[in-house]
Write a protein that binds this ligand. Structure first.
Ligand code: 5GP
Ligand code: ZN
Length: 116
């Protein structure tokens, strides 16, 4: 399902299989794939299938937002020690560069002291 497919959106293209990605999870609501430019030993993006601009829009669907957090926790449990950072860059002024909402899951060490 690729409802609200935006032809100008790189994550919509990944969701449609038009651009390859290294997927670590997929279900009816979200997919998760490894970030192309990892900032931590585990750096995965959890992405709702439906195009939503940012977490402010996603928050209008609380169950979907909660599902993103649940999947993030499962990935961190599977791939790292279990602890993780969950980051939504929201707006260009905060460093968002892809305007299809995605949660960064950062895990696997050296996170307690460092920056993302
Ligand atoms: P933002 O800055 O919008 O929060 O994060 C966008 C993230 O998407 C960046 O960390 C960037 O490395 C990642 N990214 C951008 N294009 C691609 C791509 O085509 N494939 C993958 N796997 N990650 C991408
Ligand atoms: Zn999109």
């Amino acid at each position: 399902a690729t409802d609200h497919y935006d032809p100008d959106c790189i994550f919509c293209k990944i969701l449609a299989g038009e651009i390859p990605s290294d997927r670590v999870h997929e279900d009816d609501e979200v997919i998760a794939f490894k970030d192309l430019n990892p900032k931590a030993p585990v750096h995965v993006l959890v992405v709702p299938r439906e195009h939503r601009r940012d977490v402010r829009e996603l928050a209008e669907e609380p169950e979907l937002l909660a599902h993103v957090a649940t999947v993030a926790g499962q990935i961190a449990a599977d791939q790292a020690g279990g602890d993780f950072r969950l980051i939504f860059n929201t707006g260009a002024g905060a460093g968002q560069s892809v305007f299809h909402v995605h949660a960064h899951v950062l895990a696997g060490g050296m996170l307690a002291e460092g920056e993302m």
